[in-house]
Design a protein around this ligand. Structure first.
Ligand SMILES: Nc1ncnc2c1ncn2[C@@H]1O[C@H](COP(=O)(O)OP(=O)(O)OP(=O)(O)O)[C@@H](O)[C@H]1O
Ligand SMILES: [Mg+2]
Length: 353
C-alpha cells in the first residue's frame, strides 16, 4: 500500500545541513497497522510528513496505493491538483489534535470537505456519520474547548477520515493522553482498521502501543530504518532490538559457571512444555531468570531467559535440543562463536524508550 525507495530528506538552514532521512525503504502492506518507533530526532515525523508530501523529499520515491506521489509533486498547476487529489486519500492525525477552536466539532470535521468543494448537505451528512463512527454523535455542536483530550482526538480522527482515505497517518496521536484514554483511542484505530480496511501508519515512542495494535513495525535510528517486519518476523530475527524491546527479558546469572539462554517461542512451539521436557530429558536443573508472554494477532508469543548449570561447552547438547524443537535460541554472553554481537546485546540493555 505504501512503498518508499531511497527516501532522503536533507534540511538546509544557512550553511548547516541536517540529514533527517537517509535512504529509507519502507514497505507497508494494505490493511495493516504499521508502527514506526525510534528515539527523538530519529526522523519519524519527517518520514510521515514525506509520506503525504507535506514535506518534499530531497530524493527517493513515495508510492501510495499504486500512485507515485513524488512524480506528481512537480511545480506545474496540473500536477499540484493531482497531488491534492491523491493527498485527500491520506488522512493525518496529530499529537495536539490541531482543531480550530472557533469552529464546532461538526465544522471541524467538515473542513476538509469544504476544501474538496463538497456541497453543504453532503458535508453535513458525512460529518455526522463520521462523528457517530468515532462515538461523538452527541457532540456535533460543542466547541473543542468543551471536550476532553480523548474526545478531541476522536474529532481529529473523524476529520482525518472525511476524504474516505485508504491510509491514515498518525504522529504520536496518543502521547498527549493518559493511559486509559490511550487505550480507547488505540481500540478505535484498531476498529477502523478492521471495519474500513484502513491501512494505518503510526509513530510512537511507546512500545506498548506497538504491542497493542501493530501488525508490523520499523525501528528508526539516525534517519535510517534499521529493522522492519511483521511482529512475528521480528521475533524470529536473532538479535532484533525491536523484539527485545517488545518482549524484554531481564535477569542476571546466579553464578559465573552458568549458561544463560534466551528462548523465543512463537507458533506451535509456544504451547509445548519445552522447558520441562528439557529438564527431564537431560536431567538438568533449569532456572527461569525472566519471561514475557503475550498474545500478538491471536497467537501466543513470548521470550524466556533460562539458566543452565555449567559453561556453554557443557550445554551444547541441551541447547541443540531446544533448537531442534523449532525454538529460536540465543546464548547470552560471548560463549558462542561468531554471534557475539547479537548474543551479548541483551545484557546491555539501554533505556531506548
Ligand atoms: N524543518 C526542519 N528544519 C531543520 N531541521 C529539521 C526540521 N524538521 C526536523 N529537523 C531535524 O531533522 C531530524 C529529525 O527530526 P524529526 O522531527 O523527524 O524527528 P522525530 O523522530 O520525529 O523526533 P521526535 O520523537 O522528537 O518527534 C532532527 O535532527 C531535527 O532536528
Ligand atoms: Mg516527531
Amino acid at each position: 500500500m505504501i512503498t518508499t525507495t531511497g527516501l532522503t530528506k536533507v534540511y538546509r538552514s544557512g550553511d548547516r545541513e541536517v540529514t533527517a532521512l537517509d535512504g529509507v525503504d519502507l514497505h507497508v502492506r494494505e490493511g495493516e497497522v504499521y508502527g514506526v518507533i525510534g528515539q527523538s530526532g530519529a526522523g519519524k515525523s519527517t518520514l510521515i510528513r514525506c509520506l503525504n508530501l507535506l514535506e518534499r523529499p530531497t530524493s527517493g520515491t513515495v508510492t501510495v496505493a499504486g500512485q507515485d506521489l513524488t512524480a506528481l509533486a512537480g511545480n506545474q498547476k496540473r500536477a499540484n491538483a493531482a497531488l491534492r487529489a491523491a493527498r485527500s486519500h491520506i488522512g493525518m492525525v496529530f499529537q495536539h489534535f490541531n482543531l480550530l477552536s472557533s469552529r464546532t466539532v461538526q465544522d471541524n470535521v467538515e473542513l476538509p470537505l469544504e476544501i474538496l468543494k463538497v456541497d453543504r448537505r453532503e458535508r453535513s451528512r458525512k460529518a455526522l456519520e463520521l462523528l457517530d463512527l468515532v462515538g461523538l454523535a452527541d457532540k456535533a455542536h460543542a466547541y473543542p474547548a468543551q471536550l476532553s483530550g480523548g474526545q478531541k482526538q476522536r474529532v481529529g480522527i473523524a476529520r482525518a477520515l472525511a476524504g474516505d482515505p485508504k491510509v491514515l497517518l498518525s504522529d504520536e496521536a496518543t502521547s498527549a493522553l493518559d493511559p486509559e484514554t490511550t487505550r480507547s483511542i488505540l481500540q478505535l484505530l484498531r476498529d477502523l482498521n478492521r471495519q474500513l480496511g484502513l491501512t494505518i501508519v503510526l509513530i510512537t515512542h511507546e512500545m506498548d502501543v506497538v504491542k497493542t495494535i501493530c501488525d508490523s513495525a520499523a525501528l528508526m535510528k539516525n534517519g535510517r530504518v534499521v529493522e522492519q517486519g511483521t511482529v512475528a518476523e521480528l521475533l524470529a530475527t536473532p538479535g532484533s532490538e525491536l523484539a527485545r524491546e517488545l518482549f524484554p527479558v531481564g535477569g542476571e546469572p546466579s553464578a559465573e559457571d552458568r549458561t544463560v539462554v534466551d528462548i523465543t517461542f512463537h507458533g506451535e512451539a509456544a504451547t509445548r512444555p519445552v522447558v520441562s521436557e528439557l529438564a527431564r530429558t537431560y536431567n538438568v536443573d533449569i532456572s527461569i531468570l525472566g519471561a514475557a508472554m503475550d498474545t500478538v494477532g491471536g497467537k501466543q508469543i513470548g521470550r524466556m531467559r533460562i539458566e543452565l548449570p555449567g559453561l556453554f561447552e557443557d550445554n551444547v547438547v541441551p541447547i541443540g535440543y531446544l533448537r531442534e524443537q523449532g525454538l529460536q535460541v540465543e546464548v547470552v554472553g560471548d560463549a558462542e562463536t561468531g554471534a557475539a554481537g547479537a548474543t551479548t546485546a541483551p545484557l546491555r540493555k539501554e533505556g531506548a524508550k
